[in-house]
Write a protein that binds this ligand. Sequence first.
Ligand SMILES: Cc1cc2nc3c(=O)[nH]c(=O)nc-3n(C[C@H](O)[C@H](O)[C@H](O)COP(=O)(O)OP(=O)(O)OC[C@H]3O[C@@H](n4cnc5c(N)ncnc54)[C@H](O)[C@@H]3O)c2cc1C
Length: 249
Amino acid sequence: MLEFEPVVDDPRVEILNLVSGREALKHLERIARTCYKSEDRISEDSYARFLRGILDRGHEAMIEHIWVTAYFYTDRGVTHELVRHRLAAYAQSSTRYCNYSQDKFGNSIHVVKPLYFDPEEALQPVTFPLYRERGKVENVPLMANAFDVWFLSAVYANWAYMTLTRVFGRQPQEARSVLPQCTAAEIYVTANLREWRHIFKLRALGTTGAPHPDMRRVMLPTLKAMHKEFPVIFDDIYEECLARGLFAA
Ligand SMILES: Cc1cc2nc3c(=O)[nH]c(=O)nc-3n(C[C@H](O)[C@H](O)[C@H](O)COP(=O)(O)OP(=O)(O)OC[C@H]3O[C@@H](n4cnc5c(N)ncnc54)[C@H](O)[C@@H]3O)c2cc1C
């Protein structure tokens, strides 16, 4: 391992619902049937057909009564996009309070490997500006691919962070200004099912434009997990993603 080599991780997701999906869906049916005074039609499995009808009629306000939390381990570029969704609650690891030079972080920044830089790609000549001292730059020729350039930038970000905190005694909230967008972040997102539908349409399906590949990479497994738990709520979005081959990509 190189000196100042950052820890390179893959992203991951998990959903944390407090009650079973079936119980939650039955709860929604019970609430929503108040509108039509049709509680007498509730049976063991009436919820699926009833909720499908509600969604088909655009009566989505009813599914706001269930909130689900998802956990994401991804990069800060993705979490920055996620927190733009206003109808959700968040808890995110702080670059002000986490000090990556401590043992519990392995004395290193952690980065998430982007989806689209392939370490096996062909190398080509590039120039690397090596700062010998202030005002003196040596242009070093290198053979590298896009992955190498990304990786090298993370090594130097790690060097800068460790030097600022350890050699210059700077606080994490100051040293964080050298952290790259690919810095790993943990975030819990809690939203109701209506907002999750909205988030999946934008961030997995891409109804308003193509989502960032690293966003889609965490949103598709989240959609899959939520669809498994609450099928009737996400059937349409899930089927559309399947039809477009997004899960296979
Ligand atoms: C493909 C893509 C590209 C993007 N590019 C950019 C960009 O270049 N620059 C940039 O700044 N942002 C960008 N964004 C972020 C975007 O502008 C929104 O911040 C983000 O989508 C969250 O807002 P939202 O309206 O989708 O809904 P949310 O905040 O998730 O809210 C859900 C829904 O609630 C309703 N709602 C919420 N708040 C209000 C309100 N105050 N008034 C009325 N209705 C409300 C709306 O119906 C909204 O759709 C991009 C998003 C996507 C998906």
